[in-house]
Design a binder for this molecule. Structure first.
Ligand code: F3S
Length: 398
C-alpha cells in the first residue's frame, strides 16, 4: 500500500506509540484487502466500550493507548455496559461500575467525546453525503451508508480507534464506488404498519439476500426511526451494511434495478415474527431503544404511559443517548415516564449491559434486540411501541 512521507514517519514511531500502533493496524488491514492508499475520514465511531465485552485485557490495552494517543477527528463511542450516572438504579454492581468508569476515563483522555450511543447521527456526529468515515457499530454503519450516503466499512473497535488516532482509513470495501452497486432487487409486497414490521422486514431480507446489496422497491414511506430499526435488523440477520430504497434513501437513482429478484410478502413478515418471537407471556423486562431512542420515540412512549403505571413484576427501560434524555428532561417526558415507574438506561443497551441471568423474558420493538437477548438467555417478544407499553403495564404479552 502506498504511504506518504508523513504516513511513513507515523509508522516509524516519530509521532508516538499510539500513532505507530495505529498505523501498524491500518497498514495490515490495507494489505489484507489490497487497499492502494489511506484516505482521510471525517469522523469515527468506536465500539468496544462495555467492560462486559472488553474485560481486563481490553481495559489494559486502552490504558496503554491513552498514555499518548489523541484523536484527530470527531470521535464518539458506542454504548457502554451501564448508564454512566444512573447505574445503581439499573442494578449494576459496584465492581462493574468501577471498571466501566476506568474504560470511559481512558477514552476521555484520548479526546473522545463521551457520548455512548449507537445513534451518533442523532446527536451531532452527522457525516455529509459521500463523506468517508470509520464507524463500528453495525446499525450505525448501515444507517450511515444507506440513509445518509456516507461511506464506511464496518470497523472493529481497534481499527476504528486506529483511524481516530491517524485520521485515516485504508481505501477498500465500501469506500470504493464499485463495491456499492446494488445486486439484488427486493420487491416489498407487504404493508409496514409499525416500527417492528421494519425489523421483521430486515430479518426477511437479511436471511434471504445473504451478502448482497439490496435495492428495495414497494416501500411508500419510512421515517428515520423506522429506517434505523431496519438498518439494525438487516445487518444483524445477514446482509451487507448497505441498502437502497427507491424513492427514500439517497443515491438509488444512479443504479439500474438489479436482475436477481426476491419478493417479500405479508406471509414472510409473519414467518419472521414467528422466528423472532418465543412462546412466553410473562414479561420481566420491556426495553425500547434498540437502536437508541430518538426524542420522537421518547415522546411517543411518554404519551402512551401518561396516567399509567408499570407492573410491579416488570422492569421498563428506555435506552437512549444522554443527549436525547436531556431533551426529554426539558420537555417533561422524563417525568411522565419515571412517574409511571419506567427507567432511563442512557449510555447503554440491552445487548452490552451485563443482563445474563437477571431477566427470563424481554419485550422490545427491535429485531436486533431480540437476537442479542436470546444470547443472554432471555425469551423474546417483538412488537410495536404500543404493544411493548401494554406489556410493561400488564406484565403480560397479549
Ligand atoms: Fe444499539 Fe445496542 Fe441495539 S448498540 S442497535 S441498542 S443492540
Amino acid at each position: 500500500m502506498y504511504l506518504t512521507k508523513k504516513e511513513n514517519s507515523m509508522l516509524n514511531g516519530e509521532n508516538g506509540y499510539s500513532v505507530k500502533k495505529s498505523m501498524e493496524i491500518l497498514v495490515a488491514l490495507g494489505e489484507i484487502y489490497n487497499a492502494e492508499k489511506l484516505i482521510d475520514v471525517g469522523s469515527v465511531q468506536v465500539s468496544g466500550v462495555s467492560y462486559h465485552n472488553l474485560g481486563d485485557a481490553g481495559l489494559e490495552f486502552l490504558e496503554e493507548l491513552a498514555k499518548d494517543g489523541k484523536v484527530k477527528v470527531l470521535t464518539t463511542l458506542n454504548p457502554a455496559g451501564m448508564d454512566l450516572e444512573n447505574w445503581k438504579n439499573l442494578g449494576i454492581s459496584e465492581d462493574f461500575a468501577k471498571k466501566q468508569k476506568m474504560v470511559i476515563n481512558a477514552y476521555e483522555r484520548m479526546g473522545i467525546l463521551i457520548s455512548c450511543t449507537c445513534t451518533p447521527y442523532l446527536i451531532g456526529n452527522l457525516p455529509r453525503y459521500g463523506e468517508h468515515i470509520a464507524w463500528s457499530e453495525s446499525s450505525a454503519v448501515t444507517f450511515a451508508n444507506s440513509v445518509i450516503g456516507a461511506k464506511t466499512n464496518r470497523e472493529g473497535g481497534p481499527s476504528a480507534l486506529a483511524a481516530a488516532f491517524v485520521g485515516k482509513t485504508p481505501y477498500y470495501g465500501l469506500h470504493l464506488d464499485e463495491n456499492r452497486i446494488p445486486n439484488i432487487h427486493v420487491q416489498v409486497d407487504s404493508s409496514l404498519k409499525k416500527i417492528s414490521d421494519f425489523g421483521a422486514l430486515g430479518y426477511c431480507i437479511g436471511t434471504k439476500a445473504e451478502n448482497k446489496i439490496p435495492y428495495l422497491t414497494g416501500i411508500q414511506k419510512a421515517d428515520v426511526d423506522e429506517l434505523k430499526s431496519f438498518s439494525a435488523s438487516i445487518v444483524t440477520y445477514g446482509s451487507k451494511p448497505l441498502y437502497y430504497i427507491e424513492g427514500i434513501t439517497p443515491g438509488y437513482e444512479k443504479y439500474q434495478i438489479p436482475k436477481e429478484k426476491i419478493i417479500i410478502e405479508q406471509n414472510d413478515l409473519q414467518v419472521a415474527y414467528s422466528q423472532i418471537n418465543d412462546e412466553v407471556s410473562d414479561i420481566e423486562l420491556v426495553c425500547i431503544g434498540c437502536p437508541h431512542c430518538s426524542i420522537k420515540e421518547i415522546s411517543q412512549i411518554a404519551r402512551l404511559l401518561s396516567n399509567k403505571q408499570i407492573s410491579p413484576k416488570t422492569e421498563f427501560w428506555v435506552a437512549s443517548s444522554r443527549a436525547a434524555k436531556q431533551l426529554s428532561d426539558v420537555h417533561g417526558y422524563t417525568k411522565i415516564i419515571e412517574r409511571a415507574g419506567g427507567k432511563f438506561a442512557c449510555d447503554t443497551c440491552m445487548a452490552v449491559a451485563p443482563l445474563k441471568g437477571r431477566f427470563k423474558s424481554v419485550a422490545t420493538t427491535s429485531a436486533k434486540g431480540c437476537y442479542y437477548s436470546r444470547q443472554n438467555k432471555m425469551l423474546t417478544k417483538m412488537g410495536g411501541i404500543k404493544e411493548c407499553i401494554d406489556a410493561a403495564v400488564t406484565g403480560k404479552w397479549k
